[in-house]
Write a protein that binds this ligand. Structure first.
Ligand code: HPA
Ligand code: ZN
Length: 344
């Protein structure tokens, strides 16, 4: 990585906004804005227990991960048709383009939908069509990662994998999300082993609220290639050393961590410590409709609160592509675009 020329505070803000970046931790159901929830509830005749968009938005005051998940699953209940899934993903992809996200790897939670009687094909076809249109019409490269809900059983995860396999060419990997505490990675050892045999990329949420031990077992038992969140790793020096030495990416989500009270304030966030320790940390939005911002909001607010530098910004943008599952040539081309923005 190159050393940067001097960069003013003003220029840094401009770079945070306009430099090319990859987003690797976005739950598409978490991009569902209250306005779209209401529009879809009317379109599909599905009642939701909030009288207005404002009342729904006022409910977005969370004390921990579970308090968020309860509302997040309620919001997703308005999604029924292939077009609903398309519209949700397309709205996100437009925001991504506006934030100069040129590549995104999008999580989706099929069990949230199949449990309500929505077919796997409906979910995947709608999301996938939006990803294809994003490449063709927006110049945004987008792929899908299927997440298993960890509060459900491994058996349920296996059934979900079976259900999804006819669509194997429409998603690039699997992840693990939902309620972390009490649901350690090793609960899903066998299904992740099967996904590995199938050649799928593997990621898992670990160390968001859960202890460093969950990060160790995500790596050693599930054999994941990236850790989603991972911010609890700073409590374990040996883990920090390993993450740095092996360049295992952490997909960090600062505004999410603030809203779910993982850190008392954004100013207390440990992103700078992770970067300064040589970890491949990245910035992501997680559930932007619920946590107060998309990619550029995460960058701008975090830099304003923590005093991270232009060198950190450059590192974060490069890390986002290094950590991606892009093919080598595409990865190199996008890294060159980051260099062009910062070294100009
Ligand atoms: N953590 C766990 N599960 C989730 C999250 C998260 O931040 N967002 C959506 N599902
Ligand atoms: Zn997440």
């Amino acid at each position: 990585m190159n050393t940067l020329p001097p960069i003013s505070a003003e220029r840094l803000v401009d770079l945070l906004r306009t430099a090319p970046k990859a987003e690797l931790h976005i739950h598409i159901e978490g991009s569902l804005e209250p306005e779209l929830i209401f529009a879809l509830s009317q379109r599909n005749g599905i009642a939701i227990p909030y009288a207005s968009v404002d009342e729904l938005r006022r409910a977005y005051a969370f004390s921990n991960l579970q308090s968020f998940l309860d509302i997040y699953y309620a919001g997703a209940s308005v999604l029924i048709t292939e077009q609903d899934f398309y519209d949700m993903a397309w709205a996100y992809l437009l925001k991504a383009q506006a934030d100069h996200v040129i590549h995104t790897e999008i999580f989706f939670d099929p069990q949230t939908h199949t449990a309500r009687g929505v077919a796997m094909k409906t979910v995947i076809d709608g999301l996938y069509r939006a990803c294809q249109d994003a490449q063709a019409k927006l110049g945004v490269s987008a792929s899908l990662i299927l997440c298993f809900l960890r509060h459900l059983s491994e058996e349920d995860a296996f059934a979900t994998l079976e259900d999804a396999l006819p669509h194997r060419d429409q998603f690039i990997g699997v992840g693990l999300d939902s309620s972390e505490l009490g649901h350690p990675p090793e609960k899903f050892a066998r299904v992740f082993a099967r996904c590995r045999e199938l050649g799928l990329h593997l990621v898992a949420h670990a160390g968001e609220e859960g202890p460093p031990e969950y990060i160790w077992s995500a790596l050693d038992v599930l054999k994941v290639e990236r850790i989603d969140h991972g911010v609890q790793s700073t409590h374990d020096a040996a883990l920090m050393k390993r993450l740095a030495a092996e360049r295992i990416p952490l997909t960090v989500c600062p505004l999410s961590n603030q809203k779910l009270c993982v850190f008392p304030n954004l100013a207390d966030h440990n992103l700078g410590r992770l970067l300064d320790a040589g970890l491949c940390a990245t910035v992501n939005s997680d559930d932007p409709a619920y946590f107060g911002g998309y990619m550029n909001d995460n960058f701008l607010q975090t830099f304003a609160a923590t005093g991270l530098t232009a060198q950190h910004a450059y590192t974060l943008m490069r890390n986002s592509f290094e950590a991606s599952f892009l093919a080598p040539a595409a990865k190199r081309a996008m890294l060159d675009r980051v260099d062009a923005a910062f070294l100009a």
